[in-house]
Design a binder for this molecule. Structure first.
Ligand SMILES: [Zn+2]
Length: 90
């Protein structure tokens, strides 16, 4: 057995560039890009120029953990949200 068994050539030989049109994924990314942690568990919004992360958590008081959009939604910081989800609060 060696590196020249031809398997790699066959895999890369099928370069159908149209397969899986990347534009579909572009739209998906834009939809999710407003989240600070796309695909993750955090519901917090991403920090932007108009939405700076400069507000304290209403629960634990940690500074600069929430954006105005987060506060408008009544969110708390990731740590508190995570704790509340697991029920460790009480
Ligand atoms: Zn907190």
């Amino acid at each position: 057995m060696g590196p020249e068994d031809g398997v790699d050539d066959r895999e890369y030989g099928d370069d159908d560039v149209d397969y899986g049109d990347p534009h579909d994924y572009d739209n998906l990314d834009e939809d999710r890009s407003e989240f600070a942690d796309p695909g993750g568990r955090s519901a917090l919004r991403a920090e932007t120029e108009d939405n700076p992360r400069n507000l304290p958590c209403p629960n634990c008081g940690a500074e600069d953990v929430l954006t105005p959009a987060d506060r408008a939604h009544g969110y708390q910081c990731d740590r508190c949200a995570d704790r509340a989800e697991r029920g460790d609060d009480y």
